[in-house]
Structure formats: structure tokens, C-alpha cells
Write a protein that binds this ligand. Structure first.
Ligand SMILES: [Zn+2]
Ligand SMILES: [Zn+2]
Length: 295
């Protein structure tokens, strides 16, 4: 870093970008095969979003939660691709560690029970009682979570069950993480002003990480499955005045080359519609540094 470059206020690293199911193999090495997990670092602190299989290698980097005791984990929801990595998150097995797990309240399921069931003998060999870390569960509802100058807000989005998107702000920069959200589908009872509230929630973000699972032609067949298209994400980013957009929740069938071709086409179409916006496919392992007032 040269002297003219100030330290980043906030950095974002994608540990898993894939939707639905892990998809390792030679066709997905560049964008990655692990499912949803993103780490946001502010100063020396780490905030984890989602516990898909990407949280496993992140856990090996963190190793000992008792040395980084304030590591909260925010979950968007409890579909497999967003929680499947948690039993393999090695800091869970550290004596004296504390992990705060925050997520949406479900009308018919207790969060601790969800994780106990995930580690029941029928599904997993190591019993939940072997978890040495203290797990503190909490719900994100309409509230704002604030700790040491970092603010996390949540908003309910359109996806089966009760599902959240998050907005993280620190040091004058902001990131929105909305991995599963059906922008144009029907059948979600979130009120007529939902889209306007979402645009406001995402408004002016320096970085938006958004569900872009399908092309427009694929979506015609998969309407109602809970996901959005590349074009729909671009339109949300445009309407909300977002600076930079990362397409996320890649279809497990999508090769890196196919993803490149779709992103190129989406950029061209956006430019033809007069939308000027930086956009790319989220890549596992890539780290993005955000500075106040700078791209
Ligand atoms: Zn998902
Ligand atoms: Zn989901």
C-alpha cells in the first residue's frame, strides 16, 4: 500500500458464492463451488454472513474464536446452502469461545433446535453436545444491531420461509448482502410498498451482493422458485443508486465460462439501456476493499 492510500474502512471477502448445492470441479474453479458465506472485516473484527460450505475454510483461517471473541454470524435463512457448513466450522469446537448467531425468527422453529437437528445422529456423526463454544442465538427483526461503530440492519425479502437481507455500515461505507430474493415473483405477502422499501434499504450502497441465479429465459421456467435474474439485480442496483454490483448465488450448473458470457451480455444490455454501474460475478476468494468516497 502506498502512502497516499488510506486503509480500507471495510473489506469484503466471498468464501462461498454458489447457490443451492456445492458445485466443485474444473468448470467452477474461478468463481468457486462453495455455497453462501461472506466475511466483512472492519478494523480487526470479522462479521460473518451465512454459513454455507464456504464457512469451513473461513473457520480454518479464524481457528480460535476465543482469540477473536466478537465474531458474530448473521444468517439470512436456514436453507441448506446457507447453513450446511456450520458443523464444519472448527472454531465451534474451541473451549471458551463464544459465537453470536443472529438470524430471522421463524414462526414454527427455534433457532437452537434447527442446529441441534442439523447435528442429530441421522444427519451428522458428531453430536451437538460436542460443540465446545458457547452459542448465543438472537433474532434480527426490524431492529438495528450496532457494535463498535459497525451497524447491521435487516429487511425481510421475498424467498420461501422468513428470509432476511442485510445492510452493513461502518466508517462511511455500506454493503448490502441479499443472497436469496425473488424481485419479480408473486405470492409473497410483504406489502405493496415492499419494492420501494427495498430500494430505500439498499439505497446508495457502495456494494450490493445480490441473488442473480438465472438468465431471463431461465427465469421464465423457474418463476416462483425464490430467485432473481441478472437483469433484475441490475435494475435494483440502478434504482437504488448502488455504486457496484456483485452477482451472487450462482446456479450450480453454471460453468465459469458460461457465467463470464452472461455477465458480458448483461453489461452490454445495461449500457444499451443507459445504466452505468460497475458489475461482476462474485468470485470465491476475492477480497474487495471499500474506502469512503472512493470506488
Ligand atoms: Zn440459497
Ligand atoms: Zn434459500
Amino acid at each position: 500500500m502506498d502512502e497516499a492510500t488510506p486503509p480500507a474502512q471495510l473489506s469484503v471477502r466471498c468464501w462461498g458464492t454458489r447457490g443451492s448445492i456445492p458445485s466443485p470441479g474444473p468448470a467452477t474453479t474461478r468463481y468457486g463451488g462453495n455455497t453462501s458465506c461472506v466475511a466483512v472485516r472492519v478494523g480487526g473484527r470479522c462479521f460473518i454472513f451465512d454459513a454455507g460450505t464456504g464457512i469451513r475454510p473461513l473457520g480454518h483461517q479464524i481457528l480460535d474464536l476465543s482469540r477473536t471473541p466478537d465474531t458474530p454470524l448473521f444468517l439470512t435463512h436456514f436453507h441448506w446452502d446457507h447453513i450446511q457448513g456450520l458443523p464444519f466450522f472448527v472454531p465451534l469446537y474451541t473451549e471458551g469461545a463464544v459465537l453470536k448467531i443472529l438470524g430471522p425468527r421463524q414462526p414454527d422453529a427455534d433457532m437452537r433446535e434447527i442446529f441441534e437437528r442439523q447435528m442429530a445422529p441421522i444427519h451428522f456423526p458428531v453430536p451437538f453436545s460436542m460443540v465446545a463454544a458457547q452459542l448465543d442465538f438472537g433474532h434480527m427483526e426490524h431492529d438495528e444491531w450496532e457494535d463498535g461503530g459497525v451497524t447491521v440492519r435487516s429487511m425481510q425479502v421475498r424467498h420461501p420461509s422468513t428470509v432476511l437481507g442485510y445492510r452493513i455500515e461502518a466508517g462511511g461505507v455500506s454493503v448490502c448482502f441479499i443472497p436469496d430474493n425473488e424481485l419479480e415473483g408473486e405470492g409473497y405477502d410483504l406489502g405493496p410498498d415492499w419494492r420501494a422499501r427495498l430500494v430505500e434499504f439498499v439505497g446508495g450502497a457502495d456494494l450490493l451482493i445480490h441473488d442473480s441465479m438465472y438468465t431471463d429465459s431461465e427465469y421464465a421456467e423457474r418463476r416462483g422458485w425464490g430467485h432473481s435474474t441478472f437483469r433484475q439485480s441490475v435494475d435494483l442496483a440502478r434504482d437504488a443508486g448502488v455504486r457496484r454490483l456483485l452477482f451472487f448465488h450462482h446456479d450450480p450448473q453454471r460453468s465459469d465460462d458460461a457465467l463470464d458470457a452472461i455477465v458480458d451480455r448483461t453489461r452490454d444490455e445495461a449500457a444499451a439501456r443507459g445504466v452505468s454501474l460497475e458489475m461482476a460475478a462474485a468470485a470465491e476468494g476475492e477480497e474487495i476493499h471499500l474506502h469512503e468516497g472512493r470506488p
